[in-house]
Design a protein around this ligand. Structure first.
Ligand SMILES: Nc1ncnc2c1ncn2[C@@H]1O[C@H](COP(=O)(O)OP(=O)(O)OP(=O)(O)O)[C@@H](O)[C@H]1O
Ligand SMILES: [Mg+2]
Length: 332
């Protein structure tokens, strides 16, 4: 494209700023490595928004092909006004008051919405239960198929929308359920009513769910070793993505770049759990009533964990860790 320059990555918020939170840091790395959806649940001030804002600093740059798709959508949405292209992955964080049209797209000119503007990048929904339930449910389709379809009286427009969903929320309306020593004034209803705003089918599409407890001020003061900077994490993420790209290319799917983007049939071929892993999966399936979708999503996360570890085989510890992310918060 003549006259368009490529912007350098520039200064992004760095993971070096995040103290403690080992579980959340690990989950963010796994999500980045495989393109998985992530939900962080924790009290106010735990650092959820802070962690999400640091995801772009560990994601690999867009490939030229991905960049082309992203800039095409931006140009239809009229967001390429400056004329500058960037190989940084989109990071869209719509406010919880966003309408369905803003998220999915629409209007007279059938403009792409946030879900499409986040294509090949991240859609960050902060304060998840504060979104209109119907607006959240409209994301179910793109979360499954990677495209949004806007139906009109005389036309049907579809835009690519393969985004990675990152969501954050408090465990209850007052924000503190589960914090040691705290009892909600409204009792159990404080969290059940709040969590019920997110439908089961929506939650089912989130592969990694973690609790993010607050880091106390004293933990911050006596913090041990300096936290790892984003560049170190980004290099592990890049290596894991490279493994995925090679694997899917060798299997005849050069368009698939992450485990999250693989179809159910394909991921079954790519994992082939050994006997030990199979028995663990069977136990979990029976005990927690795993849906077929949940089963495939566990396999995808387990494949990413093996890729991060540089392992060709997916072994029992990978399956166990993937299951542990799934069985947090709500149903499996
Ligand atoms: N682990 C941490 N390391 C360093 N600073 C932290 C950490 N956790 C929280 N903070 C500090 O607390 C501030 C609030 O964090 P943040 O906004 O990410 O919380 P949150 O979990 O999103 O809360 P809320 O539920 O209210 O949205 C941060 O800007 C940062 O200054
Ligand atoms: Mg926040």
């Amino acid at each position: 494209m003549p006259g368009k320059q490529l912007l350098a990555a520039g200064d992004l918020p760095d993971l070096m700023d995040v103290r403690g939170q080992a579980v959340a840091r690990r989950a963010l790395e796994v999500a980045a490595a495989g393109g998985h959806n992530l939900l962080m649940v924790g009290p106010p001030g735990a650092g959820k928004s802070m962690l999400a804002a640091r995801l772009p600093s560990i994601l690999p740059p867009l490939t030229p092909r991905e960049l082309l798709d992203v800039s095409m959508i931006q140009s239809i949405a009229g967001e390429l006004a400056g004329g500058a292209l960037s190989d940084r992955r989109p990071f869209r964080a719509p406010h919880h008051s966003a309408s369905m049209a803003a998220l999915i797209g629409g209007g007279l000119k059938v403009r792409p919405g946030e879900a499409s503007l986040a294509h090949n990048g991240v859609l960050f929904l902060d304060e998840l239960p504060e979104f209109q339930p119907s607006v959240l449910d409209s994301l179910r389709q793109p979360l499954e198929s990677g495209e949004t379809v806007i139906a009109r009286a005389n036309a049907r427009v579809s835009y690519p929308s393969r985004f990675q969903l990152i969501a954050a929320m408090n465990p209850c309306k007052c924000g503190m359920a589960g914090t040691p020593g705290h009892t909600c004034k409204r009792g159990a209803a404080c969290s059940t009513d709040y969590q019920a705003r997110i439908s089961g089918p929506f939650l089912d599409r989130i592969d990694i769910r973690i609790d993010v407890p607050a880091v106390s001020a004293s933990d911050m003061i006596v913090a041990g070793a300096a936290p790892e900077p984003s560049v170190t994490v980004a290099s592990r993420v890049a290596a894991a993505r490279e493994r995925q790209r090679h694997r899917y290319e060798a299997a005849g799917h050069p368009d698939i770049l992450t485990n999250a983007a693989a179809s159910s049939a394909l991921i079954e071929r790519m994992v082939e759990p050994d006997r030990e892993s199979q028995s663990l999966l069977l136990q979990a399936a029976e005990r927690f009533n795993l849906s077929a979708r949940a089963y495939h999503r566990v396999l995808k996360v387990a494949r990413t964990l093996a890729d991060l570890a540089g392992s060709e085989k997916v072994a029992r510890p990978h399956i166990a860790e993937a299951l542990s992310y799934r069985l947090n918060f709500g149903s499996a």
